[in-house]
Design a protein around this ligand. Sequence first.
Ligand SMILES: NC(=O)c1ccc[n+]([C@@H]2O[C@H](COP(=O)([O-])OP(=O)(O)OC[C@H]3O[C@@H](n4cnc5c(N)ncnc54)[C@H](O)[C@@H]3O)[C@@H](O)[C@H]2O)c1
Length: 433
Amino acid sequence: MSMPNESRRNFIKKSSTAALTSTLGFNILSAKPRIFKNLNNDTLKIGLIGCGGRGTGAAYQASMADPNVMITAMADIFQDRLDKSYENLKLENPDKLMVDEDHKFIGFDSYKKVLESDVDVVILATPPNFRPGHLEAAVAAGKHIFTEKPVAVDAPGIRRVIETAKKAKENGLAMMSGFCWRHDVPKIDTYKKLSDGAIGDIQSVYNTYNTGALWFHERQPDWSDFEFEMRNWLYYNWMSGDHIIEQAIHSIDLMSWAFGDQLPERAVGTGGRQSRTEPQFGNIYDHFAVVFEYPDGKKGFHFSRQQKDCSRNYHLDMLGTEGRCYIDVFRKHEITGKEHWKWDGEKSNMYQNEHNTLFASIRKGEPFNDGIRMANSTMLGIWGRMVAYTGQSLTWDEAFNSQEVLGPELDQFTWDLEWPLQAVAKPGITKFT
Ligand SMILES: NC(=O)c1ccc[n+]([C@@H]2O[C@H](COP(=O)([O-])OP(=O)(O)OC[C@H]3O[C@@H](n4cnc5c(N)ncnc54)[C@H](O)[C@@H]3O)[C@@H](O)[C@H]2O)c1
């Protein structure tokens, strides 16, 4: 799977030109999407694109979010993934599942078939590299959207998502992102206190997403190289973006929330691949450390790792002019300083909360849209990867305007595709583009 640099550059150039046209074959800027009627007695039909672990969970939560919804179409590139997802949904909530055999679509163009069906809401839960194209196509088709994070793997992808989110808003379409910690009640309550000034002006936010090894699918004799990569997409930066984007982005998103979603000015960082070095783990790093510099000297310090048998923590430690807020994202939300406060309310499922909010907003005719915020949060992770991979210090403007396109366009995907695998990045040698 290698391609000389020159042909890779030409390929990438062609890919970015192709990106301006929607995958449904027309320019999204002139498309007239169908607007949902928002009548409370209409059944809202749901289509699932990407029937893996999260997609199946999201489809279940969508099916529980409103009394009058039905899952009617499903798409995946693998028959076994779709079948397993269908079986799980049937087991969990059979009354809300009405997917005929001719509404189970397989292949790289399966998303189009779901969008061409009469679904009202689509769940986008494939690997993130497909997201900018899937989002464009879903908005062009006039669908309300639940999209898993992250929403792109490179800056050109982010710029497309921002345009698509604006288009969705203009057309009255919902675009709810899977930044689920924003829908976790302890965090909502804690951040409310922070915005009311409980610790004064926040000066620094230390945040971690230090976790262990992740799932891996052993190679099967009948798999091609490409199938092996598609099944293990996490480990290929052109599909996942790398783990700072694919996973640790949740902590970065919480950091951003603490700073009122203001954009940092500059980032500097480091990272590498020390313990997960075997070729089967593609080309991603296993640790990152990034400092985000905000106006007035405020700083966000991000650490993440995916290394086996190391300590795990998912923390935020915020220092303000009048106190401190400490969050252990699964266990503890505490404020000390001018006041002492500890969250001890009733827990609820944040994944369910986000779907409840989404469906209620559609019913109300005020579709929820956090598309631009999710794009900006994803971009923070991409920026962190850029500074770690290259060893350079970069401003937001430099990172956001990067021309680097990591993967092929939607319509270039076939099972014969040979996409060149970039070498593992080396700071000081890998160039920023
Ligand atoms: N919010 C959260 O807490 C959370 C948790 C887990 C995963 N996620 C996100 O959800 C997304 C999916 O992750 P997952 O863990 O479910 O992965 P997964 O591998 O279990 O599922 C991805 C599914 O998409 C399918 N797929 C791949 N390319 C496709 C295409 N072009 N068209 C249709 N289907 C395609 C795969 O075959 C697979 O079934 C990722 O973006 C991930 O970051 C979010």
